[in-house]
Design a protein around this ligand. Structure first.
Ligand SMILES: [Cu+2]
Ligand SMILES: [Zn+2]
Length: 179
């Protein structure tokens, strides 16, 4: 039985472009993660918003090159450069195997690959299903959670990480709207 979360009304500043489309009254919880590169420089921001119509991930980040990149929620809210191993494995409260196309998968943290075009921008909005943000089995459990983007595309099958290679961007989720 899930606990009922208190409803927080999050003020949304008109200047925060990534959240402009979210109406204030619909948002009950927001998590924000600033993404860093291995050299510590800032590379973008991710938000997860709990709304009446679902939980949405919104990402705006800069990739190192045009291409397709594996992307996951990782189990630990710690991003220590340069390898970001501190973020732990994929968030997997149900103890499944990796992969959106794996018959014995998937991890709750397995997300679709992110694409960057010639402008190097990754811009996406994705509805997260079967996700719990708070509580002992939620993403924001005692050790928190992180968003990690990898150097290669996730093949959606290979356990435990889809052959997606090194971790190139990492951000720790924090409660609240960063703006
Ligand atoms: Cu990952
Ligand atoms: Zn996974």
């Amino acid at each position: 039985m899930r606990k009922i979360l208190p409803i927080f009304i999050i003020p949304i500043l008109a200047s925060c472009s990534t959240l402009q489309s979210i109406e204030t009254a619909e948002v009950s919880e927001v998590l924000t993660a600033d993404l860093a590169r291995a050299d510590g420089s800032w590379a973008g921001v991710a938000t997860i918003s709990q709304r009446r119509d679902g939980v949405f991930l919104i990402l705006s980040a800069q990739a190192p090159a045009a291409g397709t990149y594996g992307m996951h929620l990782h189990a630990v809210g710690k991003c220590e450069a340069p390898d970001f191993a501190s973020a732990g494995p994929h968030w997997n409260p149900d103890m499944k195997q990796h992969g959106r196309e794996n018959p014995t998968g998937a991890h709750d943290g397995d997300l679709p690959n992110a694409n960057a075009g010639a402008d190097l921008k990754i811009t996406l909005k994705y509805k997260l299903t079967d996700i719990t943000l708070s509580g002992p089995t939620g993403l924001m459990d005692a050790d928190g959670g992180a968003l990690v983007i990898h150097e290669k595309a996730d093949d959606y099958k290979t356990d435990p990480s889809g052959n997606s290679g090194k971790r190139i961007l990492c951000g720790v989720f924090k409660s609240g709207n960063r703006s």
